[in-house]
Structure formats: C-alpha cells, structure tokens
Design a protein around this ligand. Structure first.
Ligand code: PNS
Length: 169
C-alpha cells in the first residue's frame, strides 16, 4: 500500500520555531483541520545557530498545543524527508507569507520531491495579519524593548522576553 493511500492522513509541519509565532500557530491550526494528525517537527542541529535550545523550543510548543491530541511535537535532525518517512506521513505543510518566501520554498519543495517522490509539499497562505511576522522579527523586537503582544502565544511571551529583553541582558 502506498503511503498516500493510508486512512490516517498525517502531515508534518517542519521549522526552526525559534521561537514559535502566532503565524506558525495559525498554519498548524489550519493544517489540523485538513489532516487527522499534525506532527510539528523542530529542526535540531540545522545550519542556523538558534537563540533558544532545542529543549526550550520543544517546551514552548508543548505549552502552546497542550490538550491537542491531534498535534504531536517532535524534533528531527538530518533530512526532513527521512523524518517524514519515519513518521509514515505523506505531506509536508509550509506557510507562505509573500512572494519573497516563494523562491526558497519552491527550491525546498523540488529538492524534497526529488529525494522522495511520494511526499508532497502543501503550502498554506499565511493570514494577512501575520504576513510580516517571523521568528527573527519577534527576536529583534524583544531585544530592542519592543512589544511582542499578539505576535507569540501568551504562554511563551514572558519566557521570550526574559531571555531577550534589554533589561535582562
Ligand atoms: O523555519 P525554517 O527555518 O524556515 O525551516 C526550515 C526547515 C527546517 C524546514 C528546513 O531547513 C529543513 O527541512 N531542514 C532539514 C534538512 C533538509 O532536509 N534539507 C533539505 C531541504 S532544504
């Protein structure tokens, strides 16, 4: 049986989540309406040096999606397609904010499709109100004393500010 014929439709939402933003939450919530199960996969040991450790980023996600059995939190290192295969998933979900995201996302989708033809990438357009939002914008605001209200989930806001706020550095 092909992975795509499985009854349980599983998708993987991969990312650095450094930290998770409300833009990510919106995409994951919307993916959870389309799939039986969503696996949020946090990249460990990627090229970027993250501000938050893998344990912290996983803890943030656990807190945000507590009480949501259809959303599983996990981490991965190495190739995304290997992780997707290991989880018996068939779809990678990514959010698209603007045309500027498209070139990188297209390259990644083509590469993943070449590596594993049975895995599809599905793009969900970010809500307009989050179209400018990114983890790096959140870090930048927090480092410079700006408000991150409404940009990250409430349950992680204080932890992000505690780490990055100029008052605490
Ligand atoms: O949140 P990000 O940093 O935009 O997420 C990027 C991510 C983690 C999806 C991407 O870097 C990734 O899949 N890395 C794992 C290594 C891999 O499979 N590379 C080939 C596809 S680019």
């Amino acid at each position: 049986m092909d992975r795509n014929d499985q009854k349980l439709r599983i998708c993987v939402c991969p990312g650095s989540f450094d930290p998770i933003t409300n833009g990510h939450v919106d995409i994951i919530d919307r993916a959870s309406k389309l799939f039986d199960k969503v696996i949020v996969a946090v990249l460990n040991n990627g090229n970027k040096r993250p501000e938050f450790t893998i344990e912290e980023r996983l803890e943030f996600l656990e807190c945000v999606f507590k009480g949501r059995p259809e959303i599983e939190i996990d981490s991965f290192s190495g190739l995304l397609v290997d992780f997707v295969r290991k989880k018996n998933a068939s779809i990678i979900v990514r959010g698209l904010r603007a045309v500027s995201d498209f070139e990188y996302e297209l390259q990644m989708a083509h590469l993943n499709k070449t590596l594993e033809p049975s895995i599809e990438t599905l793009f969900i357009m970010t809500k307009i109100s989050y179209s400018y939002l990114s983890s790096s914008i959140v870090r930048e605001l927090a480092r410079n004393g700006g408000s991150i209200d409404g940009l990250v989930p409430d349950c992680i806001k204080d932890k992000v500010l505690e780490r990055l706020s100029p008052k605490n550095r």
